[in-house]
Design a protein around this ligand. Sequence first.
Ligand code: 13P
Ligand code: SF4
Length: 300
Amino acid sequence: MENLRERISSLKKKRNAIILAHNYTLPEVQDIADLVGDSLGLSLEAAKTDADVIVFCGVTFMAETAKILNPSKIVISPEPDAHCAMAGMCGPEDIKEMRRRNPGAAVVGYVNSTAASKAEMDVCCTSSNVLDVVSSMEEQDIIFVPDSNLGAYAGSRAPSKNMILWKGFCPIHQSITAEMIDDLKREHPDALVLVHPECRSQVIEKADVIGSTEMMIRSARESDSKGFIVATELGMKHRLMKECPGKSFYFPDVALCGVMKMTTLNSIVRCLETMSPQVSLPADISERAYNPVKRMTEIK
Ligand code: 13P
Ligand code: SF4
């Protein structure tokens, strides 16, 4: 492994590359990354980096988002088949049909979408700025795609908005149930409950803190509590343990996102050596997706 790490470090210098990794990626990938974070934090870094090459370790919509923000840079997605299941649940034609059925409504889309779907949105959001994005909209009627859980959560916090929800969901977060949280709470009654807003509403109701992966880490770091029940994907354990020594984290053991684990140190070496596979988007999609994604990075 040391050999691979050294190889990555020298290839990175040679290519003037930056490595971005999502909080759910493998521990060894997080440990060699220049930045580990949530979707918004990584997009912001991708927007401002002066590196020539961005290696995006996560799922494909994240690398596509970096490319939309930086059309002239080389963006590499080490595992081009690492597609987020939720991103495949709502296509551009679905959004056009929703618009036809709801004239005058704005389309707010979760960043967990393909570039072609983003091109049909008015604005994108992440789990970290969804409430600010929804409440910033002039329109009262908001078509929200693809995540019905995130959209319902945003609607519950913005009662003046009429949320028209698409039926998508994250299968990983959906597998976490309220009973699992109750069981963990019985075992660890003093633990704070941190919940990702992709979870079903019955799980969100159990939360002390609701937020993106980065917000969960910040809350655990800053809290006086010593124990936390964490309703999100298991990859988060690595950073939580690293950044919060002496604290304990209890996860429902079901939430494992396989596509987030596809990127390995070997795949990073391979892509830096071959400079492939590069993200390439049709120009019209890239151009139309730019404004919704750019707006997302401006609402924090
Ligand atoms: P975050 O933006 O909260 O890291 O979420 C990304 C994701 O895919 C959660 O499933
Ligand atoms: Fe997609 Fe869910 Fe995996 Fe996040 S955890 S990348 S939403 S499938």
